[in-house]
Design a protein around this ligand. Sequence first.
Ligand code: CA
Length: 247
Amino acid sequence: MAELPRILVVEDEPAIADTLLYALRTEGFAPEWCATGRAGLAALAAKSFALVVLDVGLPDGTGFEVCRTIRKASAVPVIFLTARNTELDRVLGLELGGDDYLVKPFSPRELTARVKAILRRTNGGSAPPPALVTTAAAAVRPASVSDLSGANEFIVDDEGCAICYRGAALELTRYEFRLLKALVAKPGRVFSRDQLMTAAWEDPGASLDRTVDAHIKTLRAKLRAIAPEDDPIQTHRGLGYSLRAVR
Ligand code: CA
């Protein structure tokens, strides 16, 4: 008997995982379950899978981060599961190399239909699963992932008042959010402290200049926590701040 296509389910909620595993098994797949991103990556390193179902909200990070790591070494199809239906998630998920996207709650049947559609698309149905790109080949992979270091390094979600930096959601205060949003909107442009204050504070007159400096400082620390080697916010002595122009 031919081997059933192996599907990796990375989902931290056991009830949801149970439902997914049952539905996938019923449809003739061989699903395996991991509850954390770390365990999922370990499973992918240990054997090949035809497809990965990846929850966005994992206990040890976001599914986006996991996908980015997967894409460094593998072209395995990825379906994201998320509790939130925001443009941010959709755009980010697809930019990071996701193949499809399901918003919770969804029916198990919906998922298995998507899995089948993707497998049909990627290997013509009965052909064996696509070979995993080896680590050696990863060096010459197309630029779809590294695109994030350019114009999409920052993704602003206005409605959710959230900003993603290199695929990781930043936890920002209201003022940090508004400051960074202003900088991100015009990379390369130098903003004076006055201009930044007008952009971020309802009552700029009540604050001192150094308030901007203090918030830029905490912002930089949060960005450094994600990419320690990089400092995209530039200081212009006597003038103000800018976001590094897109390379
Ligand atoms: Ca979750």
